[in-house]
Ligand binder design. Structure first.
Ligand code: SF4
Length: 114
């Protein structure tokens, strides 16, 4: 069974523009009180931000994933920069050869550093 906190986070992460709390609990098929506890946990863990929002005169919250600063070293496999940075291809991540090659390179480097 999926952890409801993980499930809530996945839904919020899947919507870069954010999701309303009043819609999240409906989408998850849980009641609003349980949803509030999940949202509080995610907010306390620093994973999401909660912004006051009024919809049809009713107060709710817009939930968005918190933007994390990227560690530049995470974009490198050795001295090779992740190909997405300068990519002009039509992106289908699951079928991307440049990214697969880069990840392969990363795996080799990490394996040799063990
Ligand atoms: S995953 Fe592949 S196609 Fe998509 S942006 Fe990265 S390099 Fe480009």
């Amino acid at each position: 069974m999926t952890d409801p906190v993980d499930e809530g986070l996945k839904i919020i992460q899947s919507k870069p523009e954010g999701v309303l709390q009043s819609e999240l609990w409906k989408e998850m098929g849980i009641d609003s009180r349980k949803c509030s506890r999940i949202v509080k946990k995610l907010e306390d863990d620093g994973l999401i931000e909660r912004i006051e929002y009024k919809k049809d005169g009713v107060k709710t919250y817009l939930l968005r994933t918190k933007k994390m600063p990227v560690n530049p070293s995470d974009l490198l496999a050795g001295d090779e920069l992740i190909p997405c940075i300068s990519c002009e291809l039509e992106c289908i991540v699951e079928e991307c050869h440049p990214l697969t090659d880069w990840m392969y390179q990363l795996a080799i480097i990490e394996h040799t550093n063990e």
